[in-house]
Ligand binder design. Structure first.
Ligand SMILES: [Zn+2]
Length: 142
């Protein structure tokens, strides 16, 4: 399975997920949130930043159901889902992830027919091989 590559700008994001917190980078000067993490604010060009804790609530903004041909590790799980979540605390911030039945469950643990755009979801965290803790999503009303 592919795991995220932790770079210098994104390292704080992954340090917070390891503590079970979903935080998004914000400009320390104008306050605008930005994702993915990067050194400079696109609104005011400030290099100051801070990390704001999110509630972990959101809605499914879009999704796909990948089918073969896929990488071998993913092929057995198809069709599984990849969702785009719009954060309740930051409607312009959208994260790509997977909808699962519970933290750490397989990528195909939710029946695709249950996935709806607009459905409310909540973040959960699952440690991956190699130690990165990945945000995943569960339905608020399973
Ligand atoms: Zn700014």
């Amino acid at each position: 399975m592919l795991t995220p590559v932790v770079d210098e700008d994104g390292a704080p994001f992954w340090a917070y997920t390891a503590k079970g917190e979903l935080r998004i980078q914000a400009c320390a000067d104008c306050g605008e949130l930005r994702f993915p993490p990067r050194p400079c604010c696109p609104h005011c060009q400030s290099f100051g930043s801070e990390w704001r804790r999110m509630s972990g609530k959101g809605r499914i903004w879009s999704y796909v159901l990948p089918h073969p041909p896929l990488l071998p590790a993913y092929q057995e799980m198809a069709p599984y889902n990849a969702i785009v979540v719009e954060l309740a605390d930051a409607p312009r911030i959208r994260l790509v992830g997977n909808l699962v039945s519970e933290a750490g469950a397989a990528l195909n643990s939710v029946d695709p027919s249950r996935i709806r755009i607009g459905a409310r979801v909540q973040v959960v965290f699952a440690e991956q091989p190699g130690g990165v803790v990945l945000p995943q999503w569960v339905l608020e009303r399973p």
